[in-house]
Design a protein around this ligand. Structure first.
Ligand code: NAD
Length: 479
């Protein structure tokens, strides 16, 4: 199969193609057009040309097209989920029941929202001030590989609904479902040029896109290192930067431990551990630490690893051999840093026997749990982005907050306690864009999603998406 760019409503080839492979089997899935400056320029030009007419359409018309696209995604959930699972290794129970359906919700939600964009008035004795919200223009939407279809729609839906046009660039490791998104957008009746999709590598396709002078806003999801690079090369533009994380999952002795255990297991091992909001540093109060660690490791050992297309699989393969090597390097590092390996590890041959036929070359790693982790260890400070849990003991509330905040990142956080005052105090003290109390990560599309510190700037979701996709203008009328 060949995948081309989608520029101005047409499939556009490149002189060169790269391969995307199934990470469970290494089987070739498709050859994908490898874009460069020429393709990026053409896509931005198409988006720029399409912008005035699209922005001028009544919001109700844009909303109707967004809903149609949402319906088409719903109709194609099985196909899209299968493609996403094959391209990324994300397990089918997640892609089929959560991630692809959520993608349809994104279009329905922002269809509704774009008809409700209103302004503010600030009357004074001499002037009537009021605000108008205008679409920004051409937006660059850049997505990582971990949950690519959901992320692409999370960006595309508000971007287009609010009247902008877009050039979408997916990760070179997971381009397939976004290519289908472009096709479905056309099928829904969204005019040519409003959504363009270019494929390729960060340096060759991403760089010319973010530095293009006609691109007015960048919604980027990816690593902190790339986010820093983009901010430097893009120049003055609107930014939403959704970057990496190493989120604390804090469990006090007075927590509902059964529920906390379920949520802790879910927040580090679901999505193969390749989740920006993973609760990868599990802080446990000392009085319950030993018992919790034993129960947690017991649960981790029972997780089914293997074919991501099988319903019962909870952890599929890592996205690429390169990423597998990175995750394995941290698993090797843990014991050298003084952590205790409770389960998992890099002993591949003994585990590999459990893999289904044809998957012996897959990028598999086993759920790994480290106990006795000191927060200053690299396994605790670096984003591993795989199924590797670090269990860190703490003394009391002050100690928990100190450890939680002793990190470069500030994306999500989780607090477990039955003491309501303590829950609120800790939630307020943790340096993170989001805090879930007695809960795993549960998304409401209205909530501000994003992080602080090295986890990014800007928020998306609900009216927070105005920040990147709408330009407020104040009009002051003399009375
Ligand atoms: P990455 O930064 O390597 O790549 C992300 C995207 O940026 C890809 O499409 C890539 O091709 C592109 N890119 C790379 N260099 C570029 C450049 N110089 N200019 C423009 N584009 C460039 O990230 P990844 O490895 O694909 O994804 C994993 C990271 O994403 C993790 O750090 C994870 O935490 C983060 N992430 C964050 C969120 C969030 O919402 N905060 C969500 C998902 C993933």
């Amino acid at each position: 199969m060949r995948i081309d760019h989608l520029i101005d409503g047409r499939a556009v080839s490149s002189s060169d193609y790269f391969e995307t492979v199934n990470p469970a089997t290494q089987e070739l899935l498709a050859e994908v057009a490898r874009g460069g400056e020429a393709e990026v320029n053409a896509a931005v030009a198409a988006a720029k040309a399409a912008f005035p007419a699209w922005a001028a359409r009544p919001a109700t018309e844009r909303a109707a097209l967004m809903r149609k696209l949402g319906e088409l995604i719903t109709k194609h959930v099985p196909e899209l989920a299968q493609t996403e699972t094959k391209d990324t290794g994300q397990v089918i129970s997640q892609t089929g029941r959560q991630l692809v359906p959520r993608a349809a919700d994104n279009f329905h939600y922002f269809a509704e929202m774009c008809t409700r964009v209103d302004g503010h008035t600030y009357p004074t004795p001499t002037h009537l001030n009021y605000t108008l919200f205008h679409p920004v223009g051409v937006c660059a939407l850049i997505s990582p590989w971990n949950v690519p279809f959901m992320t692409a729609t999370w960006k595309t839906a508000p971007c287009l609904a609010f009247g902008n046009t877009a050039v979408l660039k997916m990760s070179e490791l997971s381009p397939l479902t976004a290519a289908r998104l472009g096709e479905l957008a056309l099928e829904a009746g969204i005019p040519a040029g409003v959504l363009n999709v270019v494929h390729g590598y960060g340096a060759e396709t991403g760089e010319p896109l973010v530095s293009h002078p006609d691109v007015r806003a960048i919604s980027f999801t990816g690593s902190t290192a790339t986010g820093n690079r983009i901010v430097k090369s893009a120049g003055l533009k609107k930014f939403s930067m959704e970057l990496g994380g190493k989120s604390p999952f804090v469990i006090f002795a007075d927590a509902d431990l059964d529920r906390a255990l379920d949520a802790a297991v879910f927040m580090i091992f679901s999505n193969n551990g390749e989740r920006c909001t993973a609760g990868s540093r599990i802080l446990v109060q000392k009085s319950i630490y030993a018992d919790f660690a034993a129960r947690f490791a017991e649960r981790a050992k029972r997780i089914t690893v293997g074919d991501p297309l099988a319903e019962q699989t909870l952890v599929g393969p890592m996205i690429s051999p390169g990423h597998l090597a990175k995750v394995r390097s941290y698993i090797e590092l843990g014991p050298k840093e003084g952590a205790t390996l409770l389960c998992g590890g890099i002993d591949r041959p003994s585990y590999a026997a459990q893999l289904p036929a044809g998957m012996d070359k897959g990028n598999f790693v086993w759920p790994t749990v480290f106990a006795d982790v000191d927060n200053r260890m690299r396994i605790a400070q670096d984003e591993i982005f795989g199924p590797v849990a670090c269990l860190i003991p703490f003394e009391d509330e002050a100690d928990a907050v100190r450890i939680a905040n002793d990190i470069a990142y500030g994306l999500s956080s989780y607090v477990w306690t039955e003491n309501i005052g303590k829950a609120h105090r800790v939630a307020a003290s943790i340096e993170a864009g989001m805090c879930f109390v007695n809960s795993q990560n549960v998304r409401d599309l209205r909530q501000p999603f994003g992080g602080t510190k090295a986890s990014g700037t800007g928020r998306e979701g609900g009216t927070w998406s105005y920040e990147v996709f709408l330009e407020p203008k104040n009009v002051a009328v003399s009375m």
